[in-house]
Design a protein around this ligand. Sequence first.
Ligand code: SAM
Length: 292
Amino acid sequence: MRHIVTSPIVLGLVVIQPVSYETHMIMKISRVLQQTRSQYQNIEIVELTEYGRALVLDGLVQSTEVDEHIYHESLVHPAMTTHPEPKKVLIIGGGEGATLREVLKHSTVREAVMVDIDEKVVELSKQYLQELHKGSFYDPRGRVLIADGKEYVEKTQERYDVIILDLTDPYASEIAYELYTSQFYKKISNILTEDGIMVTQAGSSFYYENVYDKVLASVRDVFPIVREYNVWVPSFGYACNFIIGSKRHDPEKLTREEVDKRLKDRNVETRFYNGRTHIALMNLPIYRKARR
Ligand code: SAM
């Protein structure tokens, strides 16, 4: 017997987060720590009663203390674990430092370069989001550059084993839009090693199906192996999509035991992702609306 709790929602301070143009999430705030604007976006750092400390950009929750591990482990480890020995990793976006944190967990990593366009997001995250970055900004193997990811990719002479695109959503902000196109993925492919792997967060195939399909088609234009997966992120209000583009290694070919062995051999400790989760992620259907 489901126990239905009915209580009046006493609307104190809230984030009204658009999940789509027609659906919104109302999330209660207990404290506002920062509310400012950089040259690129509105930046808020708040304490949410249900989700803890959170980074909000242009009104969209990016990460929260209580569920960011689901997002960041699902973004980083399938691609990192599929590569047999990722030494050099590039992160584009990832301002709060949690993606950098997960990448640096792999003992194979010699260098992790994080390129974010917004210095204010990085500096405020360093100051207020210790729970998310856990000191990753200060790891000697890490290097944080403040630049437009598109320009960095066009100019760098470096080559990377894994490239992780942890950007604001393709339908949300002007500054990230061009980093979801086949022209950009071609440039990514050019700076990957011959067995390199790319992964991008891709928003929501359920609420923004057309945008998602364009991003998927763009990755397919460039990479021989393309794998989609999605994972429910409570504070986003939807199953977040990810797309892997790979030159040689196929994440679907990894067994549960191989994933667990690679995590163990590399001393990677996780809360959500493991061999069993990897198989589930690679096999869970992609969420899409029923045709009306
Ligand atoms: N986890 C979040 C999500 O999936 O909703 C995204 C992580 S992070 C907060 C997104 C980052 O992308 C922001 O820090 C933003 O500054 C950065 N970003 C957006 N456009 C960019 C660009 N062109 N080059 C580099 N970083 C960019």
